[in-house]
Design a protein around this ligand. Sequence first.
Ligand SMILES: CC(C)(COP(=O)(O)OP(=O)(O)OC[C@H]1O[C@@H](n2cnc3c(N)ncnc32)[C@H](O)[C@@H]1OP(=O)(O)O)[C@@H](O)C(=O)NCCC(=O)NCCS
Length: 171
Amino acid sequence: MSDTLSPMSSTFSLRAAEPEDYEFLTDMLLEAINWLPGRNFSRERILTDPEISHYIAGWRRHDDLGVIAVGQDGQPRGGAWLRYLTSDDPGYGYVSDDEPELTIGVRPEWRGQGTGRALLRELIRTSHRQGIKRISLSVERANRAMQLYIDEGFAVVEQLQDTDTMVVETR
Ligand SMILES: CC(C)(COP(=O)(O)OP(=O)(O)OC[C@H]1O[C@@H](n2cnc3c(N)ncnc32)[C@H](O)[C@@H]1OP(=O)(O)O)[C@@H](O)C(=O)NCCC(=O)NCCS
């Protein structure tokens, strides 16, 4: 069987995130929060905690932008999206009202196969085409995801105790 027909094929395609992706992106927000082994925030908790729920509440707003990686079986494997937050309701990686904040997650069984990097690159490219100049994020320094962000051009703009705020100029 060729690789592209295998049910476990690592081949995936990218598409724009739609309003119907709300449940899946909520799953990915849960992955992003629970990246640390032993941290088990529930779905209910992230949807009711105002500091977390604002990353996905009301998806898809007119200025939300996201990308979904879809396997050959049509199932979503990962997603990355941007949300504009404001100074009166800032996210962990808030820099300014004009710089949307990134969230990214890949289903655990598909990690380490290039999906996250492809999502990030596509989202940065699409943002640039849409006139978004800078994207911010917050990452706990111990998360391996930090290396991915550095590789893709993000730079640290603020250091807190365990987390860094990072920004990339889109291109
Ligand atoms: C971070 C994440 C989105 C990366 O997606 P991925 O598909 O696993 O990444 P890729 O295969 O494209 O690998 C790109 C880089 O991500 C990092 N990475 C790889 N596997 C990873 C893993 N299991 N966990 C965290 N980072 C990983 C590495 O730096 C890797 O680069 P390398 O291949 O040169 O070592 C994904 O691992 C994930 O969903 N992690 C949990 C959620 C999370 O931490 N989100 C970010 C919160 S700030």
